[in-house]
Design a protein around this ligand. Structure first.
Ligand code: CA
Length: 667
């Protein structure tokens, strides 16, 4: 009998990968045992460490907070209880880069209480997954009613090894719209996450956060050597987080891969968010869309009312005709409303209207015309970061779209600070972006955020968060020095780890002949096609002008490529150099492949072993034409067909800043 009492307990602790080392030390392992978190109370202060196999990743690091009045919530603790559990489920994404996602982890929850006068409690939750680890803080309701002011987070990440970090700066004018640079971890200043590191240990690491609600975004600051520390984005008065009675931080996440490509098919961030809370999502299905948009960026049209105004009823009807003729169903129109001026993007409390159309634009007439042609309009709310104005009008604005039967809205927040006061990434911004997302759901609207807070996986809980910008997109090619070719080979390993991006690909006239002198896309047209596979988003723009698509055989690829996938495989990739991604269509037997390179021409040998081994496919190949690269004949796409099987491989030549896009059609 005794055996039966002892044995299950032993089995249980092995099964959930948890063990107690001494009174104050615990170890949690991932289901396959590779990733381990060690928790220990050292001189009454909580510490954690992380390892992968035999490799130490994070050496003992600090935890906790500093509260107002210099009250230290990072020491003077004792352990009140320790709970462990295991979880394993496979859930289905309504739409996504992969249909079925396994959420398998072991969890350790440590309840701490301070011994001193306030006897504050703090709970730390750890989860170990096979693709990384995460932890978060829960400050439970305590006996006294209290306002909590977090002045600083004490969490550190003491990296055992230095490494090459791919970073963009935090808390700057242009939010997260910067070019990634690489530098040793030991030389970083304050950086945004996801922060991806190629560690000297050989591992690929990415630091980010998940399920960010009513808290400040975490940025990372180098404090000494290879130690990074959480640096919460503050309110304008310097307080980092203000809450009543209780708080739950976002999960601090560390994705761990044997190689950088592993990070892309890690779904840890999504798994750390709550399941879908929306009852109705039937109003949204993934799509591709055209827009009255690029014309404004290249100076052909204006956003504001003028004789070059882009959003006129006449242009709208022409774009609707083109969209319908080519067999597409969605059109974005920017600048449709009152409030635009030539200085609209400057830091000022601009007064946009969200209900009144511009003089030359009749919203109801355009919607009706679209309905006749089977083309739905995507709404657009540019707030100019004047949220005082926007929050007064948002209900009316959303109600107008609902009345007209519109189900998508792009919401822009151009400006360095919200209300010219608060940083986008602070708690104020975090709460604002969540509030609008929930409100949009009430009006059956899918949201496309621009100039937003970073993505932390909330699309799992609110699938109406369909995409966002939150990085340096295509528009920079229209009016700045542009994005260098390596940008597109960096973002899949960095920014895109956080979620879908509205990069707005698909420029066919990459030299932008109708645009500003010297401004252009720094890549080839074939590379632009490949982006529909290397970048995931459930809505993808076809950003160029209709006249640049008209009659081009390569437009066929944009007709064929889906924006909703059964599965994703990253076949190879080196950050900043190249990436090859294959995705299986969710609604057919087809596979699609995109491969792109930085400024260097490259020969790529692709094994087709991802294809169904019992089938034959027609590979429809859209490649850089012979001799094509960024500066030679960059808009020419060579289209060819080939019969292939899973046992074959394809030799592909990519010109400098080039790419290849392929549809594998089952025959
Ligand atoms: Ca932008």
């Amino acid at each position: 009998m005794k055996k039966y009492l002892v044995l299950p307990a032993v089995l249980l602790s092995i099964a959930i990968g948890y063990s107690q080392k001494n009174k104050n030390a615990y170890e949690l392992a991932s289901p396959n045992g590779q990733n381990k978190i060690k928790f220990e109370l050292v001189k009454n202060a909580p510490k954690y460490a992380v390892s992968h196999g035999k490799t130490e990743v994070i050496t003992p690091s600090d935890m906790g907070f500093l509260l107002k009045g210099n009250e230290n919530l990072s020491t003077d603790f004792e352990i009140k209880s320790v709970k462990n559990s295991t979880f394993d489920e496979t859930w289905e994404q309504l739409w996504g880069e992969k249909k079925n996602i396994r959420n398998h982890y072991n969890q350790l929850v440590v309840e701490l209480q301070q011994k001193g006068k306030n006897k504050r409690k703090l709970e730390i939750q750890f989860r170990a997954f096979d693709d990384g680890v995460a932890f978060r803080y829960v400050y439970p309701k305590q006996n006294v009613k209290d306002s909590i002011f977090i002045m600083d987070e004490k969490t550190t990440f003491n990296l055992k090894e230095d490494g090459k970090a791919w970073w963009i700066p935090a808390n700057r004018e242009n939010r997260d719209e910067y070019l990634f640079k690489d530098a040793p971890v030991s030389t970083l200043d304050t950086v945004l996450t996801p922060l991806t590191i190629e560690s000297k240990s050989g591992l690929a690491l990415s630091f980010h956060e998940a399920n960010l609600v009513d808290f400040a975004s975490m940025t990372l600051v180098n404090t000494s050597g290879t130690q990074l520390k959480s640096d919460l984005v503050p309110w304008s008065d310097g307080v980092k987080v203000r809450v009543k009675d209780t708080f739950t931080s976002s999960w601090r996440t560390i994705q761990i891969g044997e190689k950088p490509a592993d990070l892309i098919t890690s779904y840890l961030i999504l798994n750390l968010n709550e399941p879908n809370k929306l009852k109705n999502t039937s109003y949204f299905k993934p799509y591709k869309y055209f827009g009255i948009w690029w014309g404004m960026h290249i100076g052909k049209y204006t956003f504001w009312e003028s004789d070059k105004q882009g959003a006129t009823t006449k242009h709208a009807e022409e774009y609707i005709d083109f969209t319908a003729k080519e067999g597409f169903h969605h059109l974005l129109i920017e600048g449709w409303n009152k409030g635009w001026t030539p200085a609209w993007y400057e830091n000022k409390m601009h007064m946009f209207s969200f209900t009144k159309s511009a003089d030359n634009f009749d919203l109801e007439k355009v919607v009706e015309y679209g309905n006749k042609k089977g083309v739905a309009l995507i709404g657009y709310h540019e707030t100019g970061s004047n949220l005082i104005n926007y929050l007064k009008e948002v209900d009316e604005g959303f109600a107008l779209y609902k009345k007209l039967g519109m189900h998508s809205v792009k919401i822009g927040h151009v400006g360095s600070k919200l209300n010219m006061k608060e940083m986008h990434f602070g708690q104020f911004g975090v709460n604002y972006f969540r509030y609008i997302l929930e409100k949009a759901a009430e009006y059956d609207l899918a949201v496309l955020y621009h100039e937003s807070i970073k993505d932390t996986g909330e699309r799992r809980t609110f699938p109406n968060m369909v995409s966002r910008e939150a990085a340096r997109g295509q528009e920079y090619n229209a009016w700045s020095e542009g994005n260098p070719p390596n940008h597109l080979t960096i973002i899949p390993f960095t920014r895109l780890l956080s979620g879908p991006m509205d990069f707005t690909p698909g420029i066919f006239d990459v030299e932008v002949k109708q645009g500003y002198p010297g401004k252009r896309v720094h890549g080839t047209a074939a590379q632009q096609l490949a982006l529909y596979v290397t970048i995931y988003a459930p809505i993808q723009m076809m950003a160029d002008l209709p006249e640049n698509y008209e009659g081009k055989p390569a437009l066929q690829f944009l007709k064929d490529v889906p924006t909703d996938w059964e599965d994703t495989k990253v076949l190879e990739g080196k950050i900043g150099e190249y990436i090859t991604t294959a995705r299986k269509d969710r609604n057919s037997a087809d596979w699609f492949l995109g491969t792109i390179t930085n400024e260097k021409a490259r020969d790529v040998n692709v094994s087709l072993s991802f294809l169904d081994s019992n089938a034959t496919y027609e590979a429809q190949i859209y490649a850089d034409a012979a001799g094509t690269d960024e500066t030679h004949n960059p808009s020419e796409v060579a289209i060819s067909k080939k019969t292939v099987k899973a046992s074959d491989s394809l030799q592909l030549h990519l010109g400098g800043a080039g790419g290849t896009a392929i549809r594998f059609k089952k025959i």
